[in-house]
Design a protein around this ligand. Structure first.
Ligand code: AGP
Length: 611
């Protein structure tokens, strides 16, 4: 889950690659490097952030117009100068950057050591570059031929971009499992893990598919599969603006993306929800309505925050469509050999659309005949492309590692899916359907109202910034919100936080409660309200500190709790879209108060493209 960037053209490559790597730092930021083709290929790499590369000021950084770059999230070999990319082959003739994992690198390494190869790093990538060289030299193949042969033998995920001494005007790239976008310029081309390093130069892009190879010069792109068959490049137009990937005056991307939500939810509803005519249009569902209407069960597969969105969807779909739903951690689902077959619907939820566990889980389910429906944010991403159908969340680029606006957009799409299928099945009455459409139309405004209380939430954060542990509790639709709130706080503040169904407390976790433990209740007005009031009393009876997310006008819990965060009243089914907002802001402010890098939390990366 690294970030890679490359450039070939007439401009100086170094500044373009450096800026691009900074845009991709959310994918990994423990070491970085660039290789430029001047008189020959020169490497410069360092442990630490991309900014470390700015100390490279040699002549070549001003003149070279071809180069490759990498920002790393270590998998094989600790973060260090020697393990940083790019990696060179033993002869020094081949240099490459790699995003992904070569699972059979150890056996390949043994083979190469027996042939006299030596290794200076602990990475799988250095094994790959030498494996390509071995095939090239022992068969007198061209680099392209050697790559095609080598890549058929490696197991795992990769995007590689390769330079070769003697070929100053050529890059060769290949992809399987990790993302690669090519930006089509005029006399120049850009390559990157996603469009953010490309957008300021061109909006014409090619999304490279698995098992494809691209041979790129400054004025030509040749696409082939590993079988050496030519492929016609499919050039698409990016519908993203540069401003969308800048901070827009906020201190952090996370805060910007939290405040983006009124707009991102409006974008998510645009062209889909029409509250004047009481209609809902979701093409991906409509084209397969009979599949959904006849479904015996739905299995939701996802990771992290997307898995929490799946849990909310379980409540929504079972309530409105009366179809049993199972929510699966993708990493467990893919190895558990689950009972899956024709007639089963898999909903894959993913912001990045590149999460390896989710991707492989649905590949397996697809092989077994299941119907795959993707709920994805990143347009053109792998999960979107291998799904039979889907719905984009249109939340716009999400740069902060902690997912915020993508989560609420996922909930919005999942709510629209449940409403659409319920209406079609007749399990959701027209009047109720219309009422929910009217409620959904009010959400962007209610989000704006909720976020307007951010100063009050900042005050609450000051009371709990030094907490060692935290409990988040909720019931019904708000139970997954408790899990999501706990995840956000863990990610951003490194405080140990756990989420639980409130009633589950009595079965153990209540033993943790004392005057030092903050307990945050997601306690908006719903069918569970009375129950959650008594859960709060149980905590107060044991001197626990209670923070509560409450609905406007709720004086009962206001008087019981130590601190409250108030949100507008909203229909129970849509409550998670609103009740999650104070937990996003609270974790943000606590992270800032603890002096942490809230956009790039330690040990994390935005898109987990390896197992
Ligand atoms: C959430 O804040 C985290 N970044 C992480 O849990 C994330 O939700 C998970 O990795 C899934 O990512 P995806 O939605 O891109 O598949």
């Amino acid at each position: 889950m690294c970030g890679i960037v490359a450039y070939i053209g007439s401009q100086a490559a170094y500044p373009i690659i450096l800026k691009g790597l900074k845009r991709l730092e959310y994918r990994g930021y423990d070491s970085a490097g660039i290789a430029l083709y001047g008189k020959n290929i020169t490497n410069f790499k360092k442990k630490g952030r991309v900014a470390e590369l700015e100390s490279w000021t040699d002549e070549i950084t001003l003149t070279a117009s071809v180069g490759i770059g990498h920002t790393r999230w270590a998998t094989h070999g600790e973060p260090s100068d020697v393990n940083a990319h790019p990696h060179k082959s033993n002869s020094g003739k081949i240099t490459l950057v790699h995003n992904g994992i070569i699972e059979n690198y150890a056996s390949l390494k043994q083979e190469l050591i027996q042939k006299g190869y030596t290794f200076e790093s602990a990475t799988d990538t250095e094994v790959l570059v030498n494996f390509i060289e071995e095939i090239q030299q022992s068969n007198n193949y061209s680099l392209e031929e050697a790559m095609r042969i080598a890549l058929k033998r490696v197991v795992g995920a990769y995007v590689i971009i390769v330079m070769e001494e003697g070929f100053p005007n050529r890059l060769i790239a290949a992809r399987k499992g990790s993302p690669l976008v090519i930006g089509v310029g005029d006399g120049e081309h850009f390559l990157a893990s996603d469009a953010s390093p490309i957008i300021e130069y061109t909006k014409k892009v090619i999304y490279v598919n698995d098992y494809e190879l691209a041979i790129i010069s400054e004025d030509e792109i040749i696409l082939k599969n590993l079988g050496n068959e030519p492929i016609t490049p499919y050039i698409q137009q990016l519908d993203m603006e540069l401003a969308q990937i800048e901070k827009g005056g906020y201190d952090h991307f996370m805060l910007k993306e939290i405040f983006d939500q009124p707009a991102s939810l409006t974008d998510c509803l645009r062209g889909r929800l029409d509250s004047e005519n009481m209609t809902l249009t979701l093409a991906g569902v409509e084209q397969h309505l009979s599949v959904f209407a006849q479904a015996k069960r739905i299995v939701i597969v996802a990771c992290g925050t997307s898995w929490h969105a799946g849990l909310v969807a379980e409540y929504m779909i079972e309530t409105l469509c009366r179809i049993p739903v199972e929510v699966e951690y993708a990493s467990e689902f893919r190895y558990r050999n689950p009972v899956i077959g024709p007639g089963d619907i898999i909903i894959a939820i993913s912001q990045s659309g590149e999460t390896a566990d989710t991707l492989v889980a649905i590949e397996r389910a697809k092989e077994q005949g299941a119907f795959i429906f993707g709920v994805v944010n990143a347009v053109g991403s792998s999960i979107a492309r291998i799904s039979h159908a889907g719905a984009y969340t249109h939340a716009g680029p999400e740069i902060g590692v902690a997912s915020t606006k993508a989560f609420t957009a996922q909930l919005t799409v999942l709510a629209m899916m449940a409403m659409k299928i319920g209406k079609a099945k007749g399990t959701l009455a027209s009047a109720e359907y219309d009422r929910l459409i009217a409620e959904l139309a009010l959400i962007p405004e209610k989000v704006k109202t909720s976020l307007a209380t951010h100063e009050k939430i900042k005050e609450v954060a000051k009371h709990y910034a030094d907490a060692r542990d935290f409990l988040f509790l909720g019931r019904g639709y708000n139970f997954p919100v408790a899990l999501e709130g706990a995840l956000k706080l863990k990610e951003i503040s490194y405080i140990h936080a756990e989420g639980y169904p409130a009633a589950e407390m009595k079965h153990g976790p209540i033993a943790l409660v004392d005057e030092n433990l903050p307990v945050l209740f997601i306690a908006t007005k719903d069918a569970y309200y009375e129950k959650i009031v008594s859960n709060i009393q149980e905590i107060k009876a044991r001197k626990g500190m209670v923070i509560a997310v409450i609905s406007e006008g709720d004086t009962l819990i206001r008087d019981m709790a130590d601190h409250v965060m108030v949100v507008p009243e909203v229909d129970e089914l849509l409550a998670p879209l609103i009740s999650v907002l104070p937990t996003q802001l609270l974790s943000y402010y606590i992270g800032v108060l603890r002096g942490l890098d809230v956009d790039k939390p330690r040990n994390l990366a935005k898109s987990v493209t390896v197992e």
